[in-house]
Write a protein that binds this ligand. Structure first.
Ligand SMILES: Cc1ncc(COP(=O)(O)O)c(C=O)c1O
Length: 359
């Protein structure tokens, strides 16, 4: 059976051409700073993102952790969204390993945080009772808020507030290239408000592993130390950097295809009884990218046994993989990527109809 895997954009496999680049990559010991391919990738991404320096990190989770360790100390506080990846899905690493106190604020529909609430969340530095607020963390695109792209204008407004209160800004830009393409703006417009930015190579860009954390020279020197501390110093890792360089050359522009496929999927899903897809109905909130979230309500078609969990089980038997999310059993996520083409989307919509209605 041909499997269409929409669980995540992390499921892509390196192409033959990418493997060829990896196999022939020049390598050295990266902990000694001697891997030429890593150095090339770090410099290139720092340049693309408009920052002074970059450091290669094994994963997006480790990239955010290392950034937090470089921004904040034990007992310090960071402000972040209650639906942010760092808060929800990174195993509480910033607290467990960094002793950093997460101060969550509700993520609004568009993945943003309310500016007034941010203002109120910043602690009084002179109060001995309060943790010290250090950093504000935003996520772009925002995964749990539907893969929506945050605008530069919004990020600049948060940055102005941060500057005023003496705070730093970190961006979890796991899918930042998707955001820039969806918004049609230079990526530096989206990175400029931030002191540090992580981008992932292993998601829409299709590399097998790796993220790069970028910032000032001084910040990245501190981050290198934090990377070593968490056991993230790797050796001849230019093999992975080669995949990242290949992805930057060949897989960037095509992210627009993933967005177009996701839009067709969202509209198709919204037209199926029992499914509702808010992002197909709220075009003005922001730019949608390659993630499609929808809810499943079997009652609407007289089949109460159908929730997202049941639907994902049935889809699997039809060769379509997708995640049911959260504890409610209602939400499902589908993600378009390099290994999914437009005809796959038609197949997925047909399988959804077939599972739900038996037609
Ligand atoms: C927004 C966001 N940040 C960070 C990560 C973590 O990346 P990794 O899986 O490489 O640790 C993910 C993973 O999906 C993500 O969606």
């Amino acid at each position: 059976m041909n499997i269409i895997d929409l669980r995540s954009d992390t499921v892509t496999r390196p192409t033959e051409a990418m493997r060829e680049m990896m196999a022939t990559a020049r390598v050295g010991d990266d902990v000694y700073g001697e891997d030429p391919t890593i150095c090339e990738l770090e410099e290139r991404l720092a340049g693309i993102l408009g920052k002074q320096a970059g450091v290669f990190i094994a994963s997006g989770t480790m990239g955010n952790l290392v950034a937090m360790l470089a921004h904040a100390g034990r007992g310090d506080e960071v402000i972040l969204g209650d639906l942010s990846h760092t808060f929800l899905y990174e195993a509480g690493g910033i607290s467990a390993l960094g002793g950093i106190h997460p101060h969550t604020l509700p993520n609004l529909e568009a993945g943003t945080l309310d500016l007034t609430r941010i203002q109120l969340a910043v602690r009084n530095r002179d109060d001995v009772h309060a943790p010290r607020t250090r950093t504000i963390v935003l996520e772009n695109t925002h995964n749990r808020c539907g893969g929506i792209a945050l605008t530069a204008d919004y990020c600049n407004r948060v940055a102005a507030l941060a500057k005023d209160r003496g705070l730093t800004m970190h961006l979890d830009g796991a899918r930042l290239f998707n955001a820039a393409i969806a918004l049609g703006c230079p990526i530096t417009d989206l990175t400029q408000p931030f002191d540090s930015v992580t981008v992932c190579l292993s998601k829409g860009l299709g590399a097998p592993a790796g993220s790069v954390l970028c910032g000032s020279r001084e910040f990245i020197a501190e981050a290198r130390r934090a990377r070593k501390l968490v056991g993230g110093g790797m050796r001849q890792v230019g093999i992975l950097a080669a995949a990242g360089l290949y992805a930057l050359d060949h897989h960037l522009e095509r992210l627009a295809e993933d967005h177009a496929n996701a839009a067709v999927l969202a509209r198709g899903v919204a037209g199926i009884d029992a499914l509702s897809c808010p992002q197909a109905q709220t075009p003005d909130v922001g730019a949608w990218t390659n993630l499609v979230y929808f809810t499943v309500d079997g009652n609407a078609i007289g089949r109460p046994e159908f929730d997202a969990i049941e639907l994902s089980k049935r889809l699997k038997t039809h060769g379509v993989l997708a995640h049911a999310l959260g504890s409610s059993g209602k939400t499902m996520r589908m993600v378009t990527h390099l290994d999914v083409c437009s005809s796959d989307i038609e197949t997925v919509l047909a399988e959804l109809r077939s599972c739900l209605t038996g037609t």
